[in-house]
Design a protein around this ligand. Structure first.
Ligand SMILES: C[S@@+](CC[C@H](N)C(=O)[O-])C[C@H]1O[C@@H](n2cnc3c(N)ncnc32)[C@H](O)[C@@H]1O
Length: 198
C-alpha cells in the first residue's frame, strides 16, 4: 500500500488497511486484531493530551497501535510476547514512517505500568483459556497463566494515579480493579471505557 493512503484512514475498510500486514498475519486480523472503528473510538478516549503514553497490552502486529498513532497525537507502545508479531509491527512502523509507535517484545509481567499513562486491552490472556483459538501454538498456554497475568495487570492498574484511563475490548474484566469506574460501553457493550476514581 502507498504510505499516503494510510494517512486517510477514514477512507479505508479493515480489509484495505490490513494490506499493511503480510498474508499469514493478515489472515488473523478479523478475529484477533481490533477493527478500525473500534480502535479509533478507544484511542480517542485514551489520548486526552498530546504525547500521552498509551500501552497496548498484547499488541499483536500493532493494528490498534497504528490506528491510534495515525488518528491522535499520543505515543503508542505495544507489548507483545510473540517475536514475529513484534518484528512485523517494527517493520511496518519503519516502512510507513509512523514515529509515534514502538513495540516491546516481552511478556506483560516485565512491564511497569507507571511508565505509561493509559492502557488498552483486547482480551489478551483469553488464549490461555482457549488454546484452540490462539494466534498460534508457539507459546505455552495454561489456565493458571490467565489468572496470573490478569492479577499482574490488576495490581499494576491499582497503583496508577486517580484519573488513569483504561479501555477493554471483549474482556470480562478480571484485570480491572474496583477503584475504576465504568464510564461508557459502546459497540454492543464489547468496548468499555474506565477511569480510576479512588
Ligand atoms: C487479541 S490479540 C490483540 C492484538 C492487538 N491488541 C489489537 O487489538 O490489534 C492479543 C495479543 O496479546 C498477546 N499476548 C497474550 N498474552 C501476552 C502476555 N502475557 N504478554 C505479552 N503479550 C501477550 C498475544 O500474543 C496476542 O498477540
Amino acid at each position: 500500500m502507498h504510505p499516503s493512503k494510510l494517512k486517510n484512514l477514514h477512507d479505508l475498510t479493515d480489509e484495505e488497511f490490513d494490506l499493511i500486514f503480510p498474508l499469514e498475519i493478515r489472515r488473523k486480523s478479523a478475529t484477533h486484531f481490533t477493527p478500525i472503528k473500534i480502535a479509533k473510538a478507544a484511542a480517542q478516549f485514551l489520548a486526552t493530551e498530546p504525547n500521552i503514553r498509551i500501552l497496548d497490552v498484547g499488541s499483536g502486529a500493532g493494528k490498534f497501535c497504528f490506528v491510534g498513532a495515525l488518528t491522535t497525537d499520543a505515543h503508542f507502545t505495544g507489548v507483545e510476547q510473540r517475536a514475529n508479531y513484534c518484528k512485523c509491527g517494527d517493520e511496518i512502523a519503519n516502512k510507513y514512517s509512523i514515529d509515534n509507535v514502538s513495540f516491546l517484545n516481552t511478556n506483560i509481567d516485565r512491564i511497569k505500568f507507571k511508565d505509561f499513562n493509559a492502557f488498552y486491552l483486547f482480551n489478551p490472556f483469553f488464549e490461555n483459556l482457549s488454546p484452540e483459538s490462539a494466534l498460534d501454538q508457539t507459546v505455552f498456554l495454561d489456565d493458571e497463566l490467565y489468572l496470573e497475568y490478569s492479577a499482574y495487570v490488576h495490581k499494576q492498574l491499582e497503583q496508577m494515579p486517580v484519573g488513569t484511563r483504561v479501555v477493554t475490548y471483549h474482556s470480562s474484566g478480571p484485570e480491572i480493579p474496583s477503584t475504576y469506574q465504568l464510564k461508557d460501553s459502546l459497540f454492543k457493550t464489547y468496548l468499555k471505557f474506565w477511569i480510576k476514581k479512588a
